[in-house]
Design a binder for this molecule. Structure first.
Ligand code: TYD
Length: 192
């Protein structure tokens, strides 16, 4: 099972992944977590590129599209173990939301593993900008407004759950557990 957590910067993906992992492990599942961009040399190059002043320009966005796709291919073989639940902080869905055009992004990611479930942590852009460290050029209101609306459209092509990430950490966590439970054979109504 490959469950991906998506959402604009500052939506709380990493905190929620840890809480979800703990809950699944308590219920006897073997869980692995991963993060995109990875810590490979390509991932490092991506992080550097994200800090460029022109990071939202068309040329750099296309460059990033290619780098993200390549970085993702490096972890492809780790996603084949069906005994484990893999929780991923971002996936090729991020590329569809952040980079353009969609047909090209689909094409260069055609070998990327498709998620069994997308958990979209949806957050108001103003809150996102307040929460984020704003170290990347992406983390501005105009760009993230577009990314947020892209996400809300893209997820419709997958199994997905939209979670209101503007609530407190515990409420968000229990909403996520309720959303995932039926996919992993756990009782959703038993979650407080
Ligand atoms: P990340 O380090 O996860 O940022 P944060 O911790 O703030 O969520 O991701 C770095 C940035 O990369 C983030 O702004 C989203 C962007 N990104 C893309 O544009 N395309 C992609 O395919 C991926 C995986 C991330």
């Amino acid at each position: 099972m490959y469950i991906v957590f998506e959402g604009i910067d500052g939506a709380g993906k990493s905190t929620q992944i840890l809480q979800t992992k703990e809950w699944l492990e308590e219920n006897g599942y073997e869980v692995e977590t991963m993060v995109e961009p990875t810590d490979s040399p390509i991932g490092k190059l991506i992080r550097k590129t994200l800090q460029r002043k022109d990071a939202t320009s068309d040329g750099i966005q296309k460059t990033l599209g290619l780098l993200f796709a390549a970085d993702r291919m490096l972890i492809m073989d780790e996603l084949t173990d069906d005994k484990k639940i893999i929780l991923s902080d971002r996936s090729f869905i991020s590329s569809l939301a952040y980079q353009q055009p969609a047909e090209w992004i689909y094409e260069i990611n055609k070998y990327a593993k498709k998620p069994d479930l997308v958990v979209l942590l949806d957050l108001d852009v103003k809150k996102s900008v307040l929460r984020s460290n704003q170290e990347d050029e992406f983390e501005n209101e105009e760009f993230l407004t577009e990314v947020r609306s892209n996400y809300l459209e893209i997820v419709k092509d997958f199994n997905y759950k939209i979670i209101d990430a503007g609530n407190g950490v515990n409420k968000v966590s229990s909403d996520i557990k309720k959303a995932i439970a039926p996919y992993v054979g756990l009782c959703a109504d038993c979650i407080l």
